[in-house]
Design a protein. Structure first.
Length: 393
């Protein structure tokens, strides 16, 4: 029985179940950071590092996923990651202060594997619908991230922050079992062996790979700067903390719509128009915050749509520019490693810049610079100019 024998619906369902696990374990932390700090005696600096640790895990582990996948296969590696994620959640929530840090590190490492391999599996299972499938699973990721943040405080009020964070081990264990059932379905080994014989250079020496990485890094940095500092920026405009919190939720939710719609702007032979559209929306929203802050909600919606569209663009480019599953795994690992490293540094740099200047305007100018760079990279990477790989004679 081949991997396609179960049908495209079963394949899509399996991928979307994995997508459900890729964000709630992180987004649930922010709303209960105060409770964690009060319980364990952690200061703001330590709590900030706790929030950043998963991103650093993404950056550190992503380049290694190719080697793991080559040894165990995509399905086997992802199964191990899901099991590790469940273990990390349990350790973080129920084994004391040391376990908090260890479990968080394990969560970052295991989610990194899912981040890298899901685009690879999408390319393999949906080769003719890469952009649409990517938009759909990105919507699942964003939606589950929002749910994780939304239910964190109510769950903590029912029990403690440990219950709020630890409860995710239960549904994720169910997903791991479902994925284990998928691993029992054999894929076309002959095709995988033939593909492995195709020679190609390391992605780290590929100009196209660096362009994909640049697009990923710039959009991720902008997103995390917005998510971290948007309420504070709005506060400088006189917006209340309650309203700013609602706006941040809106920013993330409209990103789902942007991610679902942008595939329809992608042409099979060129993604330049889609890359330009997604990036211009981010730039327009950022510029609007600078010149007309009274219309803050409008600019947040525009930037949010552009942000969601840019995420799907970057994930789609990983699948589209990787010519084989092996190359796609390397490209995804490279792009997400550097991308999330920049995403971890970006909010810190933005905060330091605002503190040094006494204004959030320079930070918004920095975001405009990111958007300008993303526009240039998007135009360059929007057309695949490489010669197709050929099988050796």
């Amino acid at each position: 029985m081949t991997g396609r024998a179960r049908g495209p619906l079963a394949a899509a369902l399996a991928v979307y179940l994995v997508a459900l696990t890729l964000r709630p374990a992180q987004t649930a932390v922010g709303p209960v950071l105060g409770d964690i700090g009060a319980d364990l005696g952690l200061g703001e600096g330590a709590l900030g590092l706790l929030g950043t640790l998963p991103l650093l895990g993404f950056a550190a582990v992503s380049p290694l996923v190719h080697r793991l996948s080559a040894r165990w296969g995509a399905e086997g590696t992802l199964l191990a990651a899901l099991a590790g994620l469940v273990l990390g959640i349990v350790v973080r929530s129920w084994t004391g202060a040391a376990g908090l840090w260890l479990g968080t590190a394990v969560i970052g490492a295991t989610v990194a594997i899912g981040n890298v391999l899901v685009p690879v599996i999408v390319k393999r299972d949906f080769p003719d619908r890469i952009a649409v499938a990517t938009g759909a699973y990105s919507a699942v990721i964003a939606g589950s991230a929002a749910v994780g943040a939304a239910v964190a405080v109510p769950l903590a009020e029912i029990g403690t922050w440990r219950l709020s964070l630890g409860i995710w081990a239960v549904p994720f264990a169910v997903v791991a079992v479902a994925w284990w059932l998928r691993t029992r379905v054999r894929h076309d080994a002959a095709a995988e062996v033939a593909e492995a014989d195709l020679a190609h250079a390391s992605t780290w020496r590929s100009g196209t790979a660096w362009l994909v990485t640049g697009f990923m890094g710039l959009q991720a940095t902008s997103f995390y700067v917005f998510v971290t500092w948007l309420p504070t920026i709005e506060g400088s405009f006189g917006v209340s903390a309650h309203t700013a919190g609602i706006h941040l939720f809106v920013y993330q939710m409209v990103g789902i719509a942007g991610g679902l719609l942008i595939p329809f702007a992608m042409r099979p032979d060129s993604q330049v128009g889609a890359a330009v559209l997604a990036t211009v929306l981010i730039g327009a929203g950022t510029a609007g915050l600078m010149v007309a802050p009274d219309a803050v909600l409008l600019w947040i919606v525009i930037a949010g749509v552009g942000s969601g569209a840019s995420l799907v663009m970057s994930l789609s480019l990983m699948s589209l520019r990787g010519r084989t599953p092996s190359e796609t795994t390397q490209l995804s690992g490279m792009a997400q490693s550097i991308g999330y490293l920049l995403a971890a540094i970006g909010p810190v740099a933005a905060g330091v810049l605002a503190e040094a200047t006494g204004s959030w305007t320079p930070t918004l100018v920095l975001l405009l610079a990111f958007a300008t760079g993303q526009l240039a990279v998007g135009i360059a990477v929007g057309v695949d100019r490489r010669a197709p790989l050929r099988r050796p004679a």
